[in-house]
Design a protein around this ligand. Structure first.
Ligand code: NBP
Length: 506
């Protein structure tokens, strides 16, 4: 059990993420004091993992943990986001944590909670928030980490975060792996960087998850369209995804998609597991948070929201089964070139993916104004190149785009991405129209195309919409022949009456 103050870092919460992050730190030579609410979990964990380079210190209580740590203490919390985090912090403060000790929440906390906590616990501890992505394996062998909070706290954490984060090769931007799996990678650029003050790290982690929702939905739609239009079997689809993983679409999510598709069903070795998995998606909430934030800030992140709604619609399984017997759709069979369709779906996926990332970066661009952060978008793309769920070759291109122009207004306007959409859009449009003709739901492909066409339109029908608003609600309108900001109202039931200029109050 814990003795003198010799541990480098403490970790509270020994479920999947906590255990793996503790072992990752211990592998990198940090002595880790560990505590869990259910004591037996902590005891088993320490007993099962002897001889790590840094070592684990078993702590039966939070006062034990506080006593085991060198000053200033650094305590990582990995418990369920929400009230449990506040409960643990209160207990830590009672256990002897002091003003200059760091308390680091690495869970998927809502960024506004992190802002609130930093304020609330100020003067009692240095509260800090860090997003961690990469799931179980990332936590164990190198996650992408998005730290946010006071810069004075970051300088104490930086050596640990730099050691345990995933590493990428700086010249190629590719994730680095060791010959011996599980052994620390030497050299390379760590997939972590200080994001900004208070909730910035957790905000950027939430956007990562929002993008992840669309990425997964787009891949699922590509699978569905190819399966339905070409009547392909899972292993044939696996080969297509494996092939795509050799090119611009090279990413962790495409790689695991190929592996999932070729997995036989353990209950029926002649069938594929994916064909037996129920088509009702679940979610934990970060996609919903991202979409809610987009609505609050008035930023069109329609593909991210669509990906959340696609999961909601899928979850209505029994209703869909009933409706499928009642509601009609077209009879359609694809008679075109099969290879051409596969190439078209690939391009549709790539173009839609550009739109999804454009929306995520637009959100961050607006959030930095709302929360007075100064976000470095090249750096954010850089730390997503390895360790996290959305890691992809594509992120090197985003890094390059924001390095070329840190003030880039929209990712689609970068010359590389603009060129990619120009080349791929005929295929993209063909896939969307084929989906509509065949009556196959492809909401993320469709909404991404609507985003692209809306964003590139000089004129949209909002003139009529503003007329309607003024007609029934006297909400006023601006005129194309008057300066922006000058507002007018017409007494619509009496159109002969003069138009009334409205004083906008400056
Ligand atoms: P859970 O979210 O399942 O966390 C439960 C752990 O916290 C258990 O070990 C539990 O102890 C402990 N705990 C303590 Br200590 N005090 C607690 C309290 N007051 N209330 C509730 N639990 C308490 O663990 P997880 O899946 O490892 O996730 C941890 C965080 O990391 C979450 O915020 C999650 O969203 C985030 N995250 C997870 C992933 C992932 O892939 N799982 C990825 C990225 C981020 P017990 O043994 O007594 O129940």
């Amino acid at each position: 059990m814990a003795q003198n103050a010799s541990a480098d870092v403490g970790l509270i919460g020994l479920a999947v993420m906590g255990q793996n992050l503790a072992l990752n730190m211990a592998d990198h030579g940090f002595k880790v004091a560990v505590y869990n609410r259910t004591r037996s979990v902590m005891e088993r964990f320490v007993a099962d993992n002897p001889g790590t380079p840094g070592g684990l210190v078993a702590c039966a209580s939070l006062p034990d943990l506080a006593a085991a740590l060198r000053k200033p203490r650094k305590v990582i919390i990995l418990v369920q986001a929400g009230p449990a985090v506040d409960r643990v912090i209160s207990q830590l403060l009672e256990a002897g944590i002091e003003e200059d000790d760091l308390v680091v929440d690495c869970g998927n906390s809502l960024w506004t909670d992190t802002i609130r906590r930093e304020r609330e616990y100020s003067g009692r501890c240095l509260f800090f928030g860090s997003g961690v992505s990469g799931g179980e394996l990332g936590a164990r062998y190198g996650p992408s980490m998005m730290p946010g909070g006071q810069a004075s706290a970051w300088k104490h954490l930086e050596p640990i975060w730099n050691s345990i984060a995933a590493k990428v090769d700086e010249s190629s931007g590719r994730p680095m792996e060791t010959a011996e799996p599980g052994k620390p990678v030497r050299g390379g650029m760590p997939c972590t960087s200080y994001i900004g003050e208070n909730g910035a790290g957790h905000y950027v982690k939430m956007i990562h998850n929002g993008i992840e929702y669309v990425d997964m939905q787009l891949i699922s739609e590509a699978y569905f369209l190819l399966k339905k239009l070409l009547d392909l079997k899972s292993d044939e689809l696996a080969a297509i995804f494996a092939q795509w993983n050799q090119g611009d679409l090279d990413s962790y999510l495409i790689q695991i998609t190929a592996e999932i598709l070729r997995q036989p069903d353990p209950a029926d070795p002649d069938g594929f597991l994916v064909d037996r998995i129920l088509d009702a998606a679940q979610q934990k909430g970060t996609g919903k948070w991202t979409s809610g934030n987009a609505l609050d800030m008035g930023i069109p992140a329609n593909s991210i929201a669509e990906a959340v709604f696609a999961r909601c619609l899928s979850a209505l399984k029994s209703e869909r089964v009933e409706a499928s017997r009642q509601l009609s759709g077209p009879a359609f069979s694809y008679r075109g070139d099969r290879r051409e369709l596969i190439a078209a779906v690939r391009d549709a996926l790539y173009c839609s993916k550009i739109c999804a990332y454009a929306q995520g970066f637009q959100l961050m661009r607006q959030a930095q104004v709302e929360y007075r952060w100064k976000l470095d978008f090249a750096s954010i793309a850089r730390i997503w190149r390895g360790g996290c769920i959305i890691r992809a070759r594509f992120l090197q291109k985003i890094t390059e785009a924001y390095t070329r122009d840190p003030e880039l207004v929209n990712l689609m306007l970068d010359p590389y991405f603009e060129g990619q959409i120009r080349e791929g859009q005929a295929h993209w449009r063909r896939v969307v129209s084929l989906a509509a003709q065949a009556g196959l739901a492809a909401p993320a492909f469709m909404s991404a195309l609507a985003y692209y066409d809306g964003y590139r339109s000089e004129f949209l029908p909002a003139n009529l919409l503003q007329g309607q608003r003024d007609y029934f609600g006297a909400h006023t309108y601006e005129r194309t022949d008057q300066p922006r900001g000058a507002r007018f109202h017409l007494d619509w039931p009496h159109p002969k009456r003069p138009q009334i200029p409205i004083d906008s109050g400056g």
